[in-house]
Design a protein around this ligand. Structure first.
Ligand SMILES: Cc1ncc(COP(=O)(O)O)c(C=O)c1O
Length: 383
């Protein structure tokens, strides 16, 4: 059988036929390396399950805990963690909806929710959306959790506070270690802060991923996750809310209506992904490792003044462009002059100015083209 290379199967012409946001937001002369979609076709097992469901008319409402069971089995096999109990789970439409609902359960209106910027921008929006107040505990200069800053924030936030943890971290692609997560758990306990961990990028971590609920002290936490990022199924909405053993009573207060969010086809696709899509996932993780190396080489050769800490967790590269002299929003320059769409660092909260987030889950020739375009735009500017 031909080796799987999910990230090398599609060319630009095929990708431009897509109708999802990544390929439609900008005009056709722009290379889109922004929103977290991958340029892949889903695994054959998922395509077959969806086709069979549609052809047989199995298009009703979801039923049962199969998705949570598949996640529990996946967690046991991949991460050696067998503590995920499907009876302490609920479904939500997607991860951000699940997070919004869990924040409503564990914090007070107007109360503090700690986040660690630069961070996935909807983390800031969701806190506002549920009527809570953002308290920042910025990452350290190395892009990792700053435990001293976290302790300060927890102290200030005391009361019914929550901490929204991104595990692994988007955008720095840092995989938190067991020690770091253990320290988060003990600080949270000490200050009465409830941790809500987003683990949507977890399956994309090549090795060393630590599920937050596997850490001692995290028993009262929640995790919200989904197969949507690792198997590129954002268009097939479904997510799982997982309560730690000491959070069952909170989970029981989750309104039943929340479970109406995911679609049957979403739940079906995610369940098949976790059960049968692991060889495909491994192939994606391997292709991403190649692209990560390629990006490093391209930056060294064409954009040597860009600094990149090279987190290995996911397919997002957090690029420090401050030495390029492009001001606070280099993404605006690259969009206008290189016709490459990146995420502006400014939207990621404190520490984002002068940075861009680049999505390298694309085919190698497109990555090569994008970096050359960016370098050329800088050359032309300085001529
Ligand atoms: C950290 C993180 N959480 C959540 C999401 C969005 O997930 P969903 O579409 O399930 O809300 C993303 C998407 O990129 C993400 O990076």
């Amino acid at each position: 059988m031909r080796p799987l290379h999910p990230l090398r199967d599609l060319n630009e012409q095929t990708l431009r036929r897509r109708t999802s946001i990544k390929w439609r937001q900008y005009p056709d002369d722009v290379l889109p390396l922004w929103v977290a979609e991958m340029d892949v076709v889903p695994d054959a097992s998922i395509r077959a399950a969806l086709t069979a469901a549609i052809e047989s008319g199995d298009t009703g409402y979801p039923h049962g805990t199969g998705y949570a069971e598949a996640l529990a089995d996946f967690a046991a096999r991949r991460w050696g963690w067998d503590g995920l109990d499907p009876s302490r789970t609920a479904y939500a439409a997607d991860v951000m909806t699940g997070i919004a609902e869990v924040l409503r359960l564990v914090s007070e209106p107007g109360g503090p929710v700690v986040v660690s910027p630069p961070v996935y921008p909807p983390f800031l929006d969701v806190v506002e959306h549920v009527g809570r107040t953002v308290v920042e505990a910025p990452l350290g200069a190395d892009g990792r959790l700053d435990l001293a800053a976290l302790e300060d924030a927890f102290r200030v936030a005391a009361g019914r506070a929550a901490y929204l943890l991104c595990n692994p971290h988007n955008p720095t692609a840092v995989t938190h270690t067991a020690d770091e997560l253990g320290a988060v758990a003990s600080l949270a306990r000490e200050h009465g802060v409830r941790v809500v961990a987003d683990e949507i990028h977890g399956p994309l971590v090549p090795d060393g991923f630590v599920p937050y609920l596997s850490v001692a002290g995290a028993e009262d936490a929640f995790v919200v996750t989904s197969a949507s990022k690792a198997w590129n199924l954002a268009g097939l909405k479904a997510a799982v809310v997982v309560a730690g053993p000491e959070a069952s009573a909170d989970l029981a207060r989750l309104p039943e209506i929340v479970s109406h969010g995911p679609s049957h086809l979403g739940v079906l696709a995610h369940t098949v992904a976790l059960r049968d899509g692991v060889p495909w996932l491994d192939a994606v993780v391997a292709d991403l490792a190649d692209n990560r190396r390629l990006l490093g080489d391209l930056l060294d050769e064409h954009l040597p003044d860009v600094r990149w800490a090279r987190g290995s967790a996911t397919y997002l590269a957090w690029l420090d462009c401050r030495a390029l002299g492009l001001g606070d929003d280099p993404a605006a320059f690259f969009l206008e002059h290189a016709r490459v769409a990146l995420n502006s660092g400014l939207t990621f909260g404190s520490g984002g100015a002068g940075h861009v987030r680049l999505n390298f889950a694309t085919s190698p020739p497109l990555l090569d083209d994008a970096i050359r375009r960016m370098a050329h735009a800088l050359e032309v500017r300085s001529d």
